[in-house]
Design a binder for this molecule. Sequence first.
Ligand code: PSV
Ligand code: MN
Ligand code: MN
Length: 390
Amino acid sequence: MSSQKGFAAIAARLEGQAIELPSWAFGNSGTRFKVFATAGTPRSVEEKIADAATVHRFTGLAPTVALHIPWDKVDDYAALSAYAQDHGVRLGTINSNTFQDDDYKFGALTHVDAKVRQKAIDHHFECIDVMGATGSRDLKIWLAEGSNYPGQADLRGRQDRLGESLSTIYDRLGDDQRLVLEYKFFEPAFYHTDVPDWGTAYAQVAALGDRAVVCLDTGHHAPGTNIEFIVMQLLRLGKLGSFDFNSRFYADDDLIVGAADPFQLFRILFEVMRGGGYGPESDVAFMLDQCHNVEEKIPGQIRSVLNVQEMTARALLVDTDALHAAQDAGDVLGAHQVFMDAFYTDVRADLAGWREEHGLPADPMRAYAESGYQAEIEASRVGGTQLSWN
Ligand code: PSV
Ligand code: MN
Ligand code: MN
């Protein structure tokens, strides 16, 4: 006989769940072979924010939007913030970008030339100024730095310069602001990456201080990596700052979270809860980092936040008392069954009811399709230049 909590027991814990949307998910994106344009794609940062606000209106799950600088550069960030608030959302994480400038061909924060390093540091100072104007807490740094050939670069020297550069940036942050360092094991560099894994990211942020933490992008690991173990370890060390959620089959695919491997998302969320990374007391930020190359972007984002909510509910359903009892008794199959019972529980009807109780559409995908918003943006967003991922 399996042990199982009911949905009513966990419903309250779904209150206030927030999943930040990336502004770039609403722009056109693709592969190095082709970027397909989509009707209705935003032509301005404001239109991206309006689309993100639409996702929040239909789901209640996405109250903030992350910006990427300079993709989302504007003259007046306070005005942009007010625009977002008028649309029912807030501006969130500020992502720096040191990967699209010729000067950074051989590195930015790790470059051998102090002038290039200073240019990259100054860009981060500019991002911190943006955070001041938008009220953002997190500066997220992902670095495209590394080398393609063995012997090309001095691995140790680059790591030392990275530490110095990060420390200069960290010192500029306000007391309520955080530096969030994201790792990725390959691409665009193919031989070595300067922040390839959680251990390197941890070593770098641990040297900075309490307000420096790690971002775990679920697409940035080798196939077969036990990501939930990394989640557990970073939470245990007090250094899990945020997630970039997406899913992958082969590389850094940036597909819809939970699409490729729903069970992996469940396992990750279970460890998040086990480690205290979920709920009002937690500082762990949930964010999507996705691109919608061939599907419509707004429904793509709606589907994504619903997938996270659904797996959150299932992970909350794990009967932890029964699980621990089975674990302590060495009951291998009993423990496994408690875990799998929660994973296999279909919560969709309960979540539909929960949404209705909260004044939200029971089926946000359908409500969006019937709302006319897509037809409206396709008809009105003509002329101007559609924004692309970069
Ligand atoms: C790099 O692959 C990355 O995951 C970083 O978070 C970037 O900021 C983002 O993608 C851009 O899509
Ligand atoms: Mn990312
Ligand atoms: Mn990525």
